[in-house]
Design a binder for this molecule. Structure first.
Ligand SMILES: [Zn+2]
Ligand SMILES: [Zn+2]
Length: 138
């Protein structure tokens, strides 16, 4: 099993993930775009994640099903964490040397603003499809 390490800009928070799926997702929802100023490019990191410097991590509950974590010293956006499963998604740019990186899925494709678009051919899910999918899971 390989380990993937990364840290926030100031280094107060160190993260180690055991498994990362290099097929990353892009989320166009308003929360992600408000949070980061752009769509959220994220890799799925599962639950086997070790965080050092957790006292420097502030969690913000951005919806009833997930929270977002950031470093209180430098503001680096660290992760999106699903409450039900404890699974982490982290910014793909925190792991720039991952092999096989590929844009795989675009979430909330129906509310993607008209001022950008990607030429990558990916799967897409609309708000309605996502709502249906998660309703079936819960
Ligand atoms: Zn920091
Ligand atoms: Zn989003």
């Amino acid at each position: 099993m390989s380990q993937y390490k990364t840290n926030c800009l100031c280094g107060a928070v160190q993260i180690t993930a055991e498994e990362i799926n290099p097929k990353f997702t892009v989320c166009h929802c308003q929360s992600c775009r408000t949070w980061g100023g752009a769509p959220f490019f994220a890799v799925k990191c599962g639950t086997n994640v070790k965080i050092e410097g957790i006292d420097k991590v502030k969690m913000y509950e951005s919806s009833s099903w997930a929270s977002r974590g950031f470093c209180i010293e430098c503001g680096t956006h660290l992760f999106y964490k699903f409450k039900a499963t404890g699974e982490y998604s982290m910014p793909v740019s925190m792991f720039p040397n991952l092999e096989g990186l590929e844009m795989d899925m675009q979430y909330f494709s129906d509310i993607r603003p008209s001022y950008y678009c990607f030429s990558n051919e990916t799967k897409e899910m609309t708000t309605a499809e996502i709502t249906t999918y998660f309703a079936a899971k819960i």
